[in-house]
Design a protein around this ligand. Structure first.
Ligand code: FES
Ligand code: FES
Length: 262
C-alpha cells in the first residue's frame, strides 16, 4: 500500500512502497536459479548500496517502470506517486529483466513477466516473484534504501573473483570432479573443474552474458542453457558466445580429497 499517493508530482521525501518493500532484503541478484521466493537477506541483494541515486523519478512512467540495469534495480510507479523497487534478477534462471511494458516487467530469456505493482509472476516459466528492493524518492530522485541513510552495505555482491559465501567445508570430493571436465554446484553458484589431473579450478556459475546459471560441463566446456555460451574448463574463457567475458574465478581449497571454497 502506498503510504502517500496524494502528491501530484514527486513527493519530497516519500517512503515508498511500504507494503511491498522488504527492508534491507535486497534482491537476490544472480545468485541462484529458482531462487527462494522471499530472497533471504543474504547480501545477495541490491547491487546498489543504500542511498545510491538511481535516476529521476520523472523518468519512471505511471503504470510502468524503468530498469536501472547497472544497479540491478527496476523501479515502477503502479499509481501516481507510488514507487516500488524490485531486483532485476529473474527468478527463473537469473537473467536480467530488461523491459517494462504493458504493466509487466519482462525477462528476455524465456519470457517470464512480473507485475509492476508487486513483482508477482504474470507469465512463467518463473514461479516466484521478483524480490522487492527498497527505494525512496528524495527531491525528485530515486534512491535505494531509505533515502540516503547509509546502513550496512550488502555483502559481496558482484560475481567476482572472491567467494560470495562463507567457506563451505568439504563441498566436494576430488573424486567427484572428472579429469578434463567438471561439476556444477548450483546451490553454491560454483563450478569446479579439473583441467588436468590433480589441478582443480573454481569458477562462478553465473553466466557473464545475462546471468543465467550454467548447468553443464561437457566436452571441455562449461555450458549455459540460456543462449548457448560455453566457457573453457581450464580458465573460464569464452569458447562460444554470446558471452564475451570469462567466468570469474572463485578460489578453492583442496585438503586431501576434500574441496571447499576458501
Ligand atoms: S524467464 Fe527469466 S531466466 Fe528464464
Ligand atoms: S545468459 Fe545468455 S548465454 Fe548465458
Amino acid at each position: 500500500m502506498a503510504d502517500d499517493t496524494r502528491a501530484t508530482g514527486v513527493p519530497r521525501r516519500t517512503a515508498v512502497a511500504g507494503a511491498v518493500v522488504i527492508a534491507g532484503a535486497a534482491a537476490g541478484c544472480a545468485r541462484y536459479s529458482e531462487a527462494p521466493a522471499e530472497t533471504p537477506a543474504e547480501g545477495g541483494g541490491g547491487e546498489a548500496a543504500e542511498g545510491t541515486v538511481l535516476g529521476a523519478a520523472a523518468d519512471v512512467p505511471v503504470g510502468g517502470g524503468k530498469v536501472f540495469a547497472d544497479k540491478k534495480v527496476v523501479v515502477t510507479q503502479p499509481v501516481k506517486g507510488e514507487f516500488k523497487g524490485f531486483s532485476t534478477v529473474c527468478t527463473h534462471q537469473g537473467c536480467a529483466v530488461n523491459q517494462v511494458k504493458d504493466g509487466t516487467i519482462d525477462c528476455p530469456c524465456h519470457g517470464s513477466k512480473f507485475a509492476v505493482k508487486d513483482g508477482s509472476v504474470t507469465a512463467g516459466p518463473a514461479k516466484k516473484p521478483l524480490p522487492a528492493q527498497e527505494v525512496t524518492v528524495v527531491d525528485g530522485k530515486i534512491m535505494t534504501g531509505k533515502g540516503g541513510k547509509p546502513e550496512e552495505p550488502p555483502a559481496e555482491t558482484k560475481p567476482g573473483d572472491k567467494p560470495e559465501k562463507p567457506p563451505v567445508k568439504g563441498l566436494a570430493s576430488t573424486k567427484d570432479i572428472p579429469v578434463g571436465g567438471g561439476k556444477v554446484f548450483e546451490k553454491e553458484q560454483l563450478v569446479i573443474t579439473q583441467p588436468t589431473e590433480g589441478e582443480f579450478k573454481g569458477f562462478s556459475a553465473i553466466c557473464t552474458h545475462q546471468g543465467c546459471t550454467v548447468n553443464q560441463v561437457k566436452d571441455g566446456t562449461i555450458n549455459c542453457p540460456c543462449h548457448g555460451s560455453k566457457f573453457e574448463v581450464a580458465d573460464g574463457a569464452v569458447r562460444t558466445g554470446p558471452a564475451n567475458k570469462p567466468l570469474p574465478y572463485r578460489s578453492l581449497k583442496v585438503d586431501g580429497d576434500q574441496i571447499s571454497l576458501g
